[in-house]
Design a protein around this ligand. Structure first.
Ligand code: SAM
Length: 227
């Protein structure tokens, strides 16, 4: 379904001023790059960018960095940034495996994973963005008090993600198995392209929010309540 080869997209991305072409030179320097001290939020796997463009428009006091592996979809996200004239949104075209080379320790306040690819085969499980390997990378760049928000309609991937959490420094702070009917967790929810498509088919949307174990107060942990 995804267009891996949109003619001209690679060239357009390579020339785009909206793409940070040298992220490996930026760890510790993102606030200088944006020219302010606002928090930095990442979305990993932005696809066509509906979610991150809407978030950047609604929250001009937050800097957003969208990471996407494929030029063919990223080009659509760049168009949205341009249309909306968003100075607080930039993109990196690359594989999020390298995220610790792009951001410094504690430089990021929040990471969004939206409808991440399921990689259903066991041998490719390490590529799943909520895997323990990726959670270790996120730990390397998230500030104290930083959070990870993951949503999907894929129950197998969500169950996997929940099972990976105990192998990390994180804990589940909030969780729902029906986001759109969860009054509290759905407040302010921005739908992604995939979310709009699959919830229109009647699929429930699953979501968790992680924080570090050390950041949680003694009570109110969803995971504690599940144990
Ligand atoms: N988040 C969008 C949404 O909800 O509509 C797109 C979802 S699509 C299923 C997943 C996207 O994540 C794809 O565009 C894919 O190229 C990207 N992606 C998957 N793994 C990635 C990685 N390791 N680094 C960067 N992007 C990745």
């Amino acid at each position: 379904m995804r267009l891996r080869n949109v003619p001209g997209s690679m060239e357009a991305i390579a020339e785009s001023p909206y793409v940070v072409h040298d992220p490996e030179k930026r760890p510790g320097a993102w606030r200088a790059y944006f020219g302010n001290d606002n928090p930095i939020h990442l979305e990993i796997g932005v696809g066509k960018g509906r979610f991150i463009a809407a978030m950047a428009e609604q929250h001009p006091d937050i800097n957003y960095v969208g990471i996407e592996k494929y030029s063919s979809v990223l080009i659509k996200a760049l168009e949205k940034k341009e249309e909306k004239g968003l100075s607080n949104l930039v993109f990196i075209r690359g594989d999020a495996e390298l995220v610790t080379l792009w951001f410094g320790k504690g430089e990021v306040s929040r990471i969004y994973l939206n409808f991440s690819d399921p990689w259903p085969k066991k041998r490719t499980a390490r590529r799943r963005l909520p895997s323990r390997e990726f959670l270790r990378r996120y730990d390397g760049i998230l500030e104290q008090g930083g959070t990870i928000e993951f949503k999907t309609d894929n129950r197998d991937l969500f169950d996997f993600a929940v099972e990976e959490v105990p192998f990390s420094v994180f804990r589940i702070d909030q969780i729902t198995y029906d986001l759109h009917n969860d009054f509290e967790m759905n407040a302010g929810n921005i739908m992604t392209e995939y979310e709009a498509r699959f919830s229109a088919k009647g699929n429930p949307i699953f979501k968790y929010i992680l924080c570090r174990k050390e950041d949680l107060t003694a009570s109110g942990s969803a995971q504690e309540n599940m144990e």
